[in-house]
Design a protein around this ligand. Structure first.
Ligand code: HEM
Length: 335
């Protein structure tokens, strides 16, 4: 077959560019007629991909929210998305219109990862009878396995002690605690499923975490089909119109004038509505038992010469804290 040269090559290139621009125009036309909320003007083909920082998505969304308001649109490639920000809009979307916003988009990579209709579990399942059945099954299984009962609390308390031992082994040195915390959380699930825990150095536990991390990285690189709704939870948890000190750990956020505990509406780390976290009671138990155990045994500080942990997390899914170092120094007994 003869290779294209000179004028032939130019004609193909010009034809390809015109074709892509026509397809782009078609997508824009769909977007104009669908009356999307305001948002940055998309570039041909790339959409708004160059106008957001994929490494720091929460901050990019924060800047766009300040410019375009609580509900704005973005176009990632040709995929239109609507981003929801702030407590008021989030409540309307997740609670008032919960029935219409509880669906999940079909993402081709999920099929590649083995997530097919009928085997989608809960998190990725479209809103329908299969999701409902799986969700009910998961909630009742968690209860049968001891959620809200003493048995699970014992597992979590035992794991908290192992976690403290792991911190003790590195006491006084600068460490990144992520892996230890992940191991502890994994072990609670392992104790529910296999009725046993794994040592933190166990190659099986390390492999499980690696598989999980890799699959999350693969998922995050993709843009699903159709118009997608992005509930920007950070914008609620740091909503400047609600919180007195949105970027600080400020215990008064959770106390009324008499010093009694209150739960502000904007505190929704487990989301809200039909697709809210079904593991919330277990997660709360872990947070309470792990952190009380750690705080009773150690004083935490930022190692010399290290920056303070950042307020913004690492995108994309799930948003994790930007890597940081801390120093755990053992408290003296009786203090
Ligand atoms: C601190 C720990 C946790 C946090 C902050 C958290 C947060 C969340 C959030 C924000 C969602 C909603 C995601 C969405 O809108 O798509 C969610 C969903 C979910 N979470 Fe959690 N979660 C935690 C721990 C857990 C644990 C320990 C489990 C399992 C026992 C769990 C199981 C689930 C499931 C199955 C869903 C999907 C629910 C559905 O789509 O119907 N989570 N979680």
């Amino acid at each position: 077959m003869e290779l294209l040269t000179g004028a032939g090559l130019w004609s193909v290139a010009i034809f390809t560019v015109i074709f892509i621009l026509l397809v782009d125009l078609m997508h824009r036309h769909q977007r104009w007629t669908s009356r999307y909320p305001p948002g940055p003007v998309p570039w041909p083909v790339l959409g708004n991909l160059l106008q957001v920082d994929l490494d720091n998505m929460p901050y990019s969304l924060y800047k766009l929210q300040n410019r375009y308001g609580d509900v704005f649109s973005l176009q990632m490639g040709w995929k239109p998305m609507v981003v929801i920000n702030g407590l008021k809009a989030m409540k309307e979307v997740l609670l008032t219109c919960g029935e219409d916003t509880a669906d999940r988009p079909q993402v081709p990579i999920f099929e590649y990862l083995g997530v097919k209709p009928g085997s989608q579990g809960v998190v990725l399942a479209p809103y329908g009878p299969e999701w409902r059945e799986q969700r009910r099954f998961s909630v009742s299984t968690l209860r049968n396995f001891g959620l809200g009962k003493k048995s699970l609390e014992d597992w979590v308390t035992k794991e908290a002690r192992h976690l403290c031992d792991a911190f003790t082994a590195q006491a006084g040195q600068p460490i990144n605690p992520n892996t230890m915390l992940n191991n502890a959380v994994c072990n609670v699930i392992a104790s529910l499923i296999f009725a046993r825990r794994f040592e933190y150095e166990d190659p099986y536990l390390i492999r499980m975490q690696k598989v999980l991390e890799d699959s999350l990285t693969e998922i995050s690189g993709l843009i699903p089909e159709g118009s997608i709704l992005i509930p920007n939870m950070s914008s609620v948890l740091k909503d400047e119109t609600v919180w007195e000190k949105p970027l600080r750990f400020h215990p008064e956020h959770f106390l009324d004038a008499q010093g009694h505990f209150v739960k502000p509406e904007a505190f929704m780390p487990f989301s809200a509505g039909r697709r809210s976290c079904l593991g919330e009671p277990l997660a709360r138990m872990e947070l309470f038992l792990f952190f009380t155990c750690l705080l009773q045994h150690f004083s935490f500080s930022v190692p010399n010469g290290q920056p303070r942990p950042r307020n913004l997390g690492v995108f994309p899914f799930p948003v994790a804290p930007y890597p940081y170092q801390l120093c755990a120094v053992m408290r003296e007994q009786g203090h």
